[in-house]
Design a protein around this ligand. Sequence first.
Ligand code: HEC
Ligand code: HEC
Length: 324
Amino acid sequence: MIDFVGLAVILLLALAFGYLTKRAWGAKNKIVKWAGVVLAGLLTLIFAAGFIAAVMGTIQVNANYNASNPAPNVQVKATAEQLAWGEKYAKLCAGCHSPNQQLPLSGNDFAGEAGFGFVGTLYAPNLTPAGDIKNWTDGEVIRAIREGVHQSGRSLIVMPSQEFHALSDEDVQGLVAYLRSQPAVEPNTPPSNLNVLGATLLMAMGGLTHQPAITQPIAKPAVEANAQYGEYLANNLGCRSCHGEKLTGGVGFDGSPAPNLTLAIPQWTEEQFSAAFRTGALPSGVMLDNNKMPYKEFSDFMTDTDMKALYQYLHGLSPTQASK
Ligand code: HEC
Ligand code: HEC
């Protein structure tokens, strides 16, 4: 993914303005000389800095993590129960990987839809057996999901692997089994290809999402209405992406504040908690906005046991003010 043309254009602009700066320096008219030197000099600096940023962005986008994050050597054999869990969890991928937010995950134009087509091509790829992953090993797909590394070894872009990093071996295998079980929906999506602008912006905004390597087995806690299983759910449903690492408050995807859960939920009854997810109504009577807090998706995902477990975990958190 190297935009040679883009890099060359920025470099040529820097060189051209550098040349003009030199020419202005030699001008006889004092006003022309200083105006020219300041203007062309400034543009030279801007394009030179832009070139350096673009080179650094290109290097990071292409950095290879095969050595630090080798793909696990596993062959998925999922039970019917694992597969069913995988299908349920896969619905949480559909917001990005499907054109209509429904299964199957036939891929969608991520950058174009968000109005970011100018950064190049970035699809949330087709994850049905018509997509590239038909040629990936199970281990490579598992690594992509939990560690954010592409088959080639480069970091994935935008793909929120931090939210899936804590998935147990059992659950991630159920998910991969589900991906493989989908109908093959043509056409395949085009490979990601960012231009210099995309690479530079990504580097600046932290859009490269590779995660630390997973070297130990991750066991799934028993599915019971207790805090231990509730914590597992909170870790794997993206609560921390918006509400903060310690759930003490953060920002949602659209920048709206996501409240401190350690202050609110210890005050709530289990009925109030479950009503918030099942109906969107908070104890105060205020309705949650599903575009900011996707409670309907969580409600569809969670069984009553899941809901009780998540409540047990969040209700038991000690109230903590966010440290700023
Ligand atoms: C916020 C949007 C988003 C969500 C949610 C998301 N993904 Fe992705 N995913 C992406 C994007 C964008 C890429 C392509 C990144 C690239 O090419 O660097 C990607 C890439 C992948 C890949 C690599 C496939 C390939 O052909 O390159 C896999 C596997 C994958 N995602 C699985 C999942 C699964 C499973 C889920 C749900 C558990 C999920 N993703 C949720 C955006 C998302
Ligand atoms: C996409 C970002 C996002 C994710 C993911 C998310 N939340 Fe939220 N949440 C928000 C935002 C934003 C609000 C404020 C919503 C509003 O004002 O309508 C909110 C509100 C809430 C509230 C109401 C709190 C109050 O004091 O009013 C609860 C409870 C809650 N979220 C729990 C959770 C749990 C549990 C999870 C994980 C299962 C989760 N959220 C995942 C963004 C998110």
